[in-house]
Every structure is written in C-alpha cells, then in structure tokens.
Design a protein. Structure first.
Length: 170
C-alpha cells in the first residue's frame, strides 16, 4: 500500500467511513481504488481511485442512479421540460462545486444517472492535510443531497419504502 493510499484509508476509517478495496472497473484504469460509504444514518457511496495515467492525484467519484419513480416522472415531461430540469440540476451542482466534473448520463433528455468527480492532488494529501480531504468528502456528500433534493423538489414522489427513505433513494 502506497503512502497516499495508506493516509487516505486511515483518515477515512478514523472519521467513521466504511472503506473497502475497489475492484477493477473495465472502463477505468487505476493503480488503486477505495469503495467508501459514509457513516450512518446517511449511506452515500463514493469511490476514490488513483488513475493509472495521472499518478499525481486521487479522484473522488460519486455516482447517483435516478430511481424508477423519478425516471417515470421525467418521462412524462416534454423534451424541453426534461432539458430544463437537467439544466437546473447542472447549474445547482456547478454552483455547489465549481471544481467538480459533472455529467448526466446517458444524456440530459433521458437522465438515468448523474456522476460528480472531484480531484485531490497528492501534494494536498502527503502534506498530511486531513481537513482538505474531509472537506472534499463533504462536498461530495452535499452533491448527493443536492441531487436528491432537486429531484424531490421537482418530482415529489414518495418511494415505495415509505417516508423514511425519501432523502436516500435515487
């Protein structure tokens, strides 16, 4: 385990995160990766990995799937309404994190997932600067909450699991 991986893993565990090794993903080549879950009660999954071709940084990646209920609600909108909603969501995410890379997949008219990526350079980590990493983890958690709340604001669909799962279901 390299120095950066060790520091990041130890800091996350100290803060109560659940940390596991990230299995290799076919589309992404990385030197090492962590599959991280926030401490309860909110369970947000964030992947951290060191890209094989950019060995001076760690990428934090949040992927949020759009729930079937929200997909159905979006599909009832005209194409212009879908684009307007996706644009509002993107605008809010950019305002919350101007340094994040954000994508709506497969496209803004038929959103099935949203990904948010944030870069942490090794220099920020090797200087033993734990607060910077924790701040970036908080940005990712807030991005998740922003996505969920924007969907719930526009399409207030109560999930089949009941009211207790409204903020965590996407």
């Amino acid at each position: 385990m390299g120095d950066v991986e060790k520091l990041v893993t130890n800091w996350l565990i100290e803060e109560g995160y659940e940390v596991k090794k990230l299995p290799q993903i076919p589309q992404v080549k990385f030197t090492w990766g962590l599959d991280v879950f926030t401490p309860p009660p909110l369970r947000v999954n964030i992947k951290l990995f060191k890209p094989e071709d950019r060995n001076d940084r760690v990428i934090l990646l949040l992927g949020v799937g759009v729930s079937p209920e929200h997909q159905a609600a979006i599909s009832r909108l005209p194409r212009e309404g879908r684009l307007k909603f996706s644009s509002k969501l993107l605008s809010r995410l950019i305002q919350a994190c101007a340094t994040c890379s954000i994508a709506i997949q497969p496209n803004p008219i038929e959103p099935q997932g949203i990904s948010v990526a944030l870069t942490v350079f090794d220099a920020e980590i090797t200087e033993d600067f734990k607060p910077r990493l924790m701040e970036k983890m908080t940005v990712m958690i807030n991005a998740f909450l922003l996505i969920v709340s924007t969907f719930n604001e526009e399409f207030p669909v109560i999930p089949k699991g009941g009211e207790g799962s409204i903020t965590t279901r996407m």
